[in-house]
Design a protein around this ligand. Structure first.
Ligand SMILES: [Mg+2]
Length: 211
């Protein structure tokens, strides 16, 4: 089968860090309550988690640490070459991430061929975190549904899509797509759900499962 679309997760796949929001907790001095709230609500009530973290813990904090993390995030090895090669094959590239849309947009500007980015938006005004946000999904298992919507937009069958991810919740996309690649993942569940597994953090390794 000829694949028409590849959808990349961002944290831990395109970029080295595997959880941007935890990095931001650290930078803003909210790691302890942040970990507690994440443990409590990540898999049960994502809206409650966002309301508690963004609407309360982070509201009014300076945005500088956020922008510094966006600016300093490091790509995994081979990112530039990999995206160039995939776009040469005529395969459309998207990012679908629970991480910040600001960073997905940076990748879109700097790497070749990324057509669309879907991520979460932390709303910032006058250099402060406002406490407001635009989250792309309400539940952690919505990633699969969003993948279906993206395919619909491009008028392609999900079976013609490849997904690349590293975390448990990426498994929801793996079940929808025609081909799935677990990338540098520590998740046993994800590896079990994957068609192919890349055991390094070099993005060029993904290429051999695309052509
Ligand atoms: Mg990830």
């Amino acid at each position: 089968m000829r694949f028409k679309l590849i959808v990349f997760d961002m944290d831990g796949v395109i970029f080295e860090h595997n959880n941007f929001w935890m990095q931001l907790h650290e930078a803003l001095g909210t790691l302890h309550p942040g970990l507690e709230l994440t443990e409590k609500y990540l898999k049960t009530d994502l809206k409650k988690l966002a309301d508690e973290v963004i609407g309360k813990l982070w509201k009014g904090k300076p945005a500088e640490p956020f922008f510094n993390l966006i600016k300093n995030a490091k790509y995994n090895p081979g990112a530039e070459e990999t995206f160039k090669k995939i776009s040469k094959l005529g395969i459309k590239i998207c990012i679908l991430t629970g991480g910040p849309i600001h960073l997905a947009k940076r990748a879109q500007e700097e790497l070749k061929g990324i057509e669309k980015v879907h991520g979460n938006e932390l709303i910032i005004k006058d250099n402060k975190i406002t406490g407001e946000y635009n989250w792309i999904y309400e539940d952690i298992d919505h990633k699969g549904e969003i993948l279906k919507d993206i395919c619909k937009e491009y008028n392609i069958d999900p079976l013609e899509a490849i997904v690349v991810g590293d975390n448990d919740e990426d498994a929801f996309k793996f079940r929808v797509a025609g081909r799935s690649i677990a990338f540098n993942s520590k998740s046993k569940e994800l590896k079990k759900a994957a068609d192919f597994i890349v055991e390094s953090n070099d993005l060029r390794e993904v290429l051999k499962f695309i052509e």
